[in-house]
Design a binder for this molecule. Structure first.
Ligand SMILES: NC(=O)c1ccc[n+]([C@@H]2O[C@H](COP(=O)([O-])OP(=O)(O)OC[C@H]3O[C@@H](n4cnc5c(N)ncnc54)[C@H](OP(=O)(O)O)[C@@H]3O)[C@@H](O)[C@H]2O)c1
Length: 349
């Protein structure tokens, strides 16, 4: 495994060059943005993302996955001073490169583009059978029969958007506003719906996650852990509460899919990722992967450079100085109100 030691400012340019070389972009270090895209897509690297066994599913899953919010959020400069979503062409390049590098897991959450963009990209590449596709159906889990109809509808809609007859994972999730007090915490009817979808061959494996608090995860492991195949929760260098509950997930044999390695980018904000902080995102994923209870860390990306860098965490061991740098990042308060739930519920180890 390669070890990367970050340098502080002294030779930023050469650090950047060495870093790009390591992740397979060396030939284009210092180049313009557009050639970077083409060269990176074409670049071959000697390394592949490693696989882990996803809990009781027994599936071999790449330890890093991509997708989700990246396809829905406007984060790509549009050249006119604004931002836009990644195009399908860009998704083809990113997903194509990720598959070349060994990724076999594509995530999607609630927004429609999170399914439609990668769905169209996979169709163009003829690559549906090369990846495991995950959808998240968001409903309130009110413990009423209508929950079932909501799940059928969400699933049917997403099957269409992904342009597929089946998905590999269907994860139940809620939104931040659906609190335990609102009575969502009964998944019995949701489970009935998932069983039917399995019988119909529309979904293969099940899971739950998202905005549950760590305490509610523990309750869910207890009450429903025997039924589900996987669970999904946030985990990064600052929000480490997962460490407390992962052993309980393991006892139930649940596959563990972690999300938000960068708190949606908030932990990277205002850092010079081309200079002194080069390689930081990769190190943050390496940190997540060090936890033996994690099967896969899934991250959002909106450029091919980000994709390649993040995947390089699979073969880059954290150096002592990289670890020191992560301690600094752990002290970064996430002030974005949208992620108040991360700071409130997932902060402590
Ligand atoms: N409801 C749910 O169950 C749920 C909830 C949340 C997330 N998820 C899933 O979890 C996964 C990750 O979540 P997320 O995308 O919100 O958070 P994330 O992976 O923590 O952050 C992604 C953002 O980090 C930045 N980034 C990524 N790689 C980078 C790199 N190498 N260099 C610089 N910046 C980099 C980008 O921000 P910029 O755009 O600013 O460049 C990117 O949009 C997704 O697959 C998502 O679908 C699921």
């Amino acid at each position: 495994m390669t070890e990367h030691t970050p340098k502080q400012n002294t030779d930023v340019d050469s650090t950047r060059r060495q870093f790009l070389k390591k992740i397979g972009l060396g030939a284009v270090a210092g180049g313009m943005a557009a050639p970077l895209l083409d060269d990176a897509r074409a670049a071959t690297t000697a390394h592949k993302v490693k696989c882990r066994t996803l809990g009781k599913t027994g599936l071999q899953i790449s330890e890093i996955g991509i997708g989700g919010h990246s396809w829905a959020y406007k984060r790509v400069p549009d050249g006119k001073g604004g931002l836009r979503r990644p195009t399908v062409d860009e998704a083809v390049r990113m997903i194509g490169k990720a598959i070349d590098m060994g990724v076999n897991f594509l995530d999607s959450c609630t927004a429609l583009e999170e399914s439609s963009t990668p769905g169209e990209a996979l169709k163009r590449m003829g690559a549906r059978d090369k990846v495991l596709v995950s959808i998240r159906v968001s409903h309130k889990m009110k413990g009423i029969k209508a929950d079932k109809q909501e799940i059928y509808k969400w699933t049917e809609d997403r099957l269409k958007l992904w342009q597929t007859d089946y998905v590999d994972f269907c994860l139940l999730c809620n939104t931040e506003n659906d609190t335990p007090q609102s009575g969502y915490w009964d998944m019995s009817y949701s489970i009935e719906a998932l069983d039917k979808l399995k019988q119909q061959g529309k979904i293969r494996f099940t899971g739950f996650g998202c905005h549950f608090t760590p305490e509610l995860f523990l309750q869910a492991f207890d009450k429903f852990g025997d039924y589900f195949d996987t669970c999904s929760m946030p985990y990064n260098i600052r929000h480490r509460a997962a460490e407390k509950i992962l052993p309980a997930a393991r006892k139930k044999g649940l596959g563990v899919i972690t999300i938000k390695p960068f708190s949606r980018g908030a932990l990277l904000k205002d850092r010079d990722l081309k200079g002194a902080y080069a390689g930081l995102p990769r190190d943050m994923i390496s940190f997540v992967l060090e936890n033996k209870h994690v099967d896969i860390c899934t991250c959002g990306v909106h450029t091919i450079e980000q994709t390649v860098e993040n995947l390089s965490a699979s073969w880059t061991k954290l150096s002592p100085s990289g670890r020191e740098r992560l301690k600094e990042i752990a002290g970064t308060c996430v002030t974005d109100r949208e992620y108040a739930w991360l700071e409130r519920d997932w902060r402590c180890a």
